[in-house]
Design a protein around this ligand. Structure first.
Ligand code: AMP
Ligand code: MG
Length: 420
């Protein structure tokens, strides 16, 4: 049994994360997945540009390619149009000085012409055999105008995307633009999720007296899927040793992470901590945070165990701020700090310094006062309605003794925490 931090002093979130991160190692198994399967996955290695992009100088506009030096700034210039370039159909003849070439957006620019004039800026003969450019327009046209140069977006050999990057649709598009059809990604993190409590029932059944419907798994499984984890739902486990022990032992043998909620505070029916200690080890189980003081962190064999508190608000907040960075590291991604914006408080709040605290918050923009953050009318950690109302959290540091309207506070948008 190892209760390294069961003493009086609670670990700060910062200390707990630093301690836990040291024991979490990135997965190294990789797989090759087609571009249609890689959204949200973590890159196993740098992706290097194989091509210049664009692969050829081309036109950014529908217009006419010409030589800037041919245009007079004293009088209108008439140029013969000697041909046309459509996107996908390169023009292979030389373009002599004194001539113009019709070109569409994306059309490859042949050697010679050094500017493209937009078609709206010239007079075009009805049969398109010549164009005329006014001196005022000519005076404004610059060398290279409306030309996209070869390699100006990406040049061959550069790192397109670094290993450890979590792929978003635009990243996948970048790889596709290079003709890459598959990427090496780290295998999905396998996470088992269980809720514990005799009082918990699935929606859809009639509740016996004293019971409530289970909700935490809906939060945790949804957030885990958004992270790209492969989730096993272990369902609701009764507060019974004979049920919890084999369930946790079995799941630990086949998963990277075991995520439980409930059953970790100090009650007779709070068995999870006891059982993990028996099957493995618990590194710490109490943090100086609110909500969510009883968070446990440990392992059974090679499986990390993260025990979150039972109240839904506590479960969500501790998942986002404690569990998520650990999972990101294990997934092979960089566990970046959540985005924090400093904005003005549109509320008053009294509290005792000591624990880091998060309030359910909503950001709004006031035309006179700028961005303002408000908080929910109740701070109960059982209030599921507050989570649905909020678009983020206000974070109060350990030493904060209260907030007055107008005080600067840190607002953490849910979008920066993967909870959108
Ligand atoms: P516990 O951590 O087991 O002591 O639970 C603390 C509070 O959270 C109790 O009021 C539980 O009924 C509630 N709770 C625990 N687990 C869940 C869950 N999965 N869904 C909704 N409420 C829960
Ligand atoms: Mg319980």
């Amino acid at each position: 049994m190892s209760h390294r931090n069961s003493g009086d002093r609670l670990l700060t979130l910062h200390e707990a994360l630093a301690t836990a991160l040291k024991t979490v190692f990135p997965l190294h198994e990789t797989e090759t997945a087609s571009l249609t399967e890689v959204d949200g996955r973590v890159l196993a290695a740098d992706v290097i540009a194989q091509l210049d992009s664009p692969p050829h100088d081309n036109s950014a506009m529908d217009g006419f390619a010409l030589y800037l030096a041919d245009l007079s700034v004293q009088q209108p210039t008439r140029l013969p149009v000697i041909g046309r370039v459509l996107a996908g159909h390169p023009y292979s003849n030389p373009v002599p000085a004194g001539a113009a070439l019709r070109i569409t957006t994306g059309g490859w620019l042949p050697a010679g012409p050094d500017a493209v004039i937009m078609q709206e800026q010239c007079r075009i003969a009805p049969d398109e055999r010549w164009i005329e450019v006014d001196p005022a327009v000519a005076a404004k046209l610059r060398l290279g105008e409306n030309i996209r140069r070869r390699g100006e977006d990406v040049s061959v050999g550069t790192v397109l995307l670094p290993g450890g990057w979590r792929l978003r649709p635009q990243d996948v598009a970048l790889a596709a633009g290079q003709g890459i059809s598959a990427l090496d990604v780290i295998r999905r993190l396998r996470v088992a999720v269980a809720s514990t409590g005799d009082e918990l029932y699935e929606p859809g059944v009639e509740l016996p007296p004293g019971a409530i419907y289970e909700s935490n798994r809906r939060i945790l499984i949804g957030l885990l899927r958004r992270l790209g984890c492969a989730v096993t739902d272990l369902g609701i486990l009764r507060d019974d040793r004979a049920i919890i022990l084999p369930a946790l032992r079995g799941a630990a043998a086949t998963h990277d992470v075991l995520l439980t909620s409930g059953g970790v505070s100090v009650g007779t029916a709070d068995l999870v901590k006891e059982i993990i200690t028996e099957l493995g080890a618990i590194d710490f189980w109490r943090l100086a945070i609110k909500p969510g003081k009883p968070v446990t962190f440990g392992r059974i064999g090679d499986c990390l165990t993260i025990g979150l508190p039972g109240n839904p608000v506590s479960a969500m907040v501790t998942f986002l701020l404690f569990a998520r960075p650990l999972l990101l590291k294990q997934m092979g991604a960089e566990p970046v700090e959540p985005v924090r914006w400093q904005v003005s408080a549109d509320f008053a709040f009294r509290r005792k310094p000591g624990r880091r605290e998060w309030l359910r918050a909503q950001l709004r923009f006031d035309p006179e006062r700028g961005p303002l953050v408000g908080v929910y009318h109740t701070h109960s950690s059982a209030a599921l309605s507050s989570l649905a109302w909020a678009d983020g959290l206000v974070e109060l540091p350990e030493e904060c003794a209260g907030v007055a309207p107008g005080d600067p506070v840190n607002y953490l948008p849910f979008s920066g925490l993967g909870a959108e």
